[in-house]
Design a protein around this ligand. Structure first.
Ligand code: DGY
Length: 329
């Protein structure tokens, strides 16, 4: 029977799926609700056949070495898998799976929360009220920028980017996007979205929402030059991965009012947040909550568990990101 390491307690129905499929004794669950210390992770992964992993676990050569040649699959409980060195896994024949689809709408909701929250200065306004600074209604008090009727720019038009674009219809927005490949024409029509090059996206977006995966091509793609190219009234929202944005450059742009505001759910070196960003009033900061609803986190855990169960039942795991390692490719 396959032995599975689960690196942190996750939703009970997912753990139940694993116990039912593999037997309770085959599940090695790190019981603390905290990131498993690296040494403990390397110790416990030894001899395992499968791992249920989280974004906090770095799955690299050291990890794979510690696991030994028996490891066959790492099921990540996230859609992003930049914590995993996939080529290294593929080279050793280890399958990698993720959890797409189940978090799309939840993450798009949060992106919209940041779009409105940053444009209308929610965080700053709440601090103002809680600090007892609100003395009167005033025509100029904490004015923000409009969202309705503006141009929404989307960098990375995958599932989540498209879900964000769908919501823009209700806000009467023009939607432009930049993506490696163009969407099929009927999808573009349904989303009322137009593909543009990056300079056009930067110059014309009133709201720029980031949804591209982190990779060599997107690392630091939004830096000082990009912020200078944006409108001074523009709002940047990032719910993708922190390193897509150069945080030092963003903080300088926000402080210099080169752009109006930002809403960030992800950071370059989580959980630490750039000190200069913390100085900015015009940024809403969230601790990586894109998929954080009870229902979605349960669906993500069940999806990761389903990938492990399918794999060890001799079926194709539904969400394999390196299918070349599976029999039949
Ligand atoms: C993901 O799934 O990649 C998110 O960042 C966490 O939900």
């Amino acid at each position: 029977m396959a032995r599975i390491l689960v690196t942190r307690p996750v939703a009970e129905p997912a753990l139940e799926m694993l116990r039912n499929a593999f037997g309770a004794d085959a599940i090695d669950l790190y019981e603390e609700d905290a990131i498993i210390p690296r040494e403990e992770l390397l110790r416990r992964v030894a001899g395992k056949d499968g791992v249920f992993a989280l974004l906090s676990e770095k799955v690299d050569a050291e990890f794979l070495e510690a696991a030994g040649p028996g490891l066959r699959i790492v099921a990540n409980m996230a859609v992003g898998y930049d914590n995993i060195t996939v080529p290294e896994c593929s080279q050793r024949g280890v399958a990698v799976t993720n959890t797409p689809d189940v978090l799309t709408e939840t993450t798009a909701d949060l992106a919209w929360g940041l779009i409105i929250g940053a444009s209308r200065r929610f965080a700053e306004a709440e601090r103002f009220l809680r600090n007892g600074e609100w003395k009167e209604w005033s025509p100029t008090l904490l004015c923000g920028v409009d969202v309705y009727g503006k141009t929404l720019g989307i960098l990375g038009m995958g599932r989540i980017g498209q879900a964000v674009a769908r919501r823009a219809t209700g806000f009467g927005m023009r939607v432009i996007y930049h993506n490696r490949s163009r969407l099929p024409e009927d999808t573009e029509r349904a989303l009322n979205a137009e593909r543009v090059d990056l300079p056009t996206l930067l110059a014309e977006s009133d709201i720029l929402s980031v949804h591209c995966p982190l990779g060599d091509a997107t690392h630091g793609i939004l830096g000082a030059e990009a912020f200078k190219a944006m409108k001074p009234t523009a709002v940047l929202v990032n719910t993708s991965r922190g390193p897509v944005v150069d945080e030092t450059a963003l903080a300088e742009a926000l402080l210099a009012k080169e752009i109006f505001a930002a809403g960030l759910d992800v950071f370059e070196r989580e959980p630490s947040v750039h000190a200069r960003l913390l100085e900015c009033d015009n940024v809403v900061l969230l601790p990586h909550l894109g998929s954080a609803t009870y229902a979605t986190r349960q669906r993500m855990a069940e999806t990761a568990a389903a990938n492990l169960v399918a794999f060890f039942s001799g079926k194709r795991p539904p969400n394999c990101v390196n299918p070349e390692v599976l029999q039949g490719g």
